[in-house]
Write a protein that binds this ligand. Structure first.
Ligand code: C2E
Ligand code: MG
Ligand code: MG
Ligand code: MG
Length: 289
């Protein structure tokens, strides 16, 4: 079956069409079937309280296993999903799946922890977004205060009025908003004045050399201070070793996420981690340092 699809796909190949275009088409066609065929799943990566080592939340990250090709990374299919509009149904599926999983943790007495869901610009600006999210919260029974929506800076720079309205409506219900990949988008900070955001997630590219590259040290320290004085939560992404963690602790960063604690893992595994961590705070995975 998959082979046949693959062969059909090659009919589109002409010498003038480059390999990249063929690949994009292959991905887009596969994605179109992925939801119906149950090929998508979510992994969850813990967000750790830097001070206590406790799990305070999880970020839901989409995984796609292509029937013929195996796992395809989000960076290879999310941009294509965005271009093709498929991010709307995919995002809707992700939101529902993530909220019901988080409610499962609460039902198991493992809460309260937050669930963070990545939302692309196109999804957020879709007319059905707000009602969609509210409907999912109602259906799953998840407390809106448990949901965090992760937006990138570029979303907050576009269509300012419409964005502010949706953000306001979400926040009135208790849904929180985090700025993802902070520092990599538009450098204008004006949106921090205009929009009610709750948290900044410092992009992992800054964390990578936090202890070795003087400029990154300065930048991260400054961002943490800025966030704290604006009363925003600040979370470091991509924390991989104990030196980075020690630095973040010393500079009073609130949260951390990264391979040091755990890679993104399937729901049942995350639930087991959560259950274990209510007894002992998460120990950094020393084998990775
Ligand atoms: P992101 O939201 O910034 O997610 C963090 C990425 O960093 C994830 O990659 C995660 O697996 C990875 N990561 C976490 N800790 C570490 C670490 O210690 N070291 C390194 N090297 N990497 C780490 P992933 O899962 O491949 O996702 C990539 C991007 O794809 C995400 O970046 C997000 O922008 C997008 N994405 C993933 N799932 C979804 C989704 O459901 N919807 C949308 N709209 N975008 C998604
Ligand atoms: Mg994210
Ligand atoms: Mg990020
Ligand atoms: Mg990212």
């Amino acid at each position: 079956q998959a082979k046949e699809n693959g062969r059909q796909g090659y009919q589109f190949f002409t010498p003038t069409m480059n390999v990249r275009a063929v690949e994009r088409q292959f991905i887009a066609e596969g994605l179109r079937r992925a939801i119906a065929k149950d090929e998508l799943s979510l992994h969850y990566q813990p967000v750790i309280d830097v001070r206590t080592g406790e799990i305070t939340g999880a970020e839901a990250l989409t995984r796609w296993t292509h029937p013929a090709r195996g796992p395809i990374a989000p960076d290879d299919f999310i941009p294509i999903a965005e271009d093709s509009g498929l991010i709307i149904p995919i995002g809707r599926w992700v939101m529902r799946e993530a909220c019901s999983e988080a409610q499962r943790w609460t039902d198991a007495g493992l809460g309260p922890i937050t669930i963070a869901v990545n939302v692309s610009a196109m999804e957020f600006q879709d007319h059905g977004f707000l009602t969609g999210v509210l409907g999912i919260l109602a259906d799953t029974g998840l407390d809106p205060r448990r949901l965090v929506i992760e937006l990138t800076e570029s979303v907050l720079m576009r269509r300012v009025e419409a964005t502010a309205e949706v953000l306001q409506s979400l926040r009135e219900r208790g849904v929180r908003v985090a700025v993802d990949d902070f520092g990599t988008g538009y450098s204008s900070l004006s949106y921090l004045r205009k929009f009610p955001v709750d948290a900044l997630k410092i992009d992992q590219s800054f964390i990578r050399q936090i202890t070795t590259e003087g400029r990154d040290t300065t930048l991260v320290t400054a961002v943490i201070h800025m966030a704290r004085s604006l009363k925003l939560r600040v979370i470091a992404e991509g924390v991989e070793n104990v030196d980075e963690l020690a630095f973040l602790k010393e500079h009073l960063c609130d949260g951390a996420q990264g391979y040091l604690f755990s890679r993104p893992i399937p729901g049942p595994q995350f639930m087991a981690l959560l259950a274990a961590s209510s007894v002992h705070p998460v120990q950094p995975a020393v084998t990775l340092t």
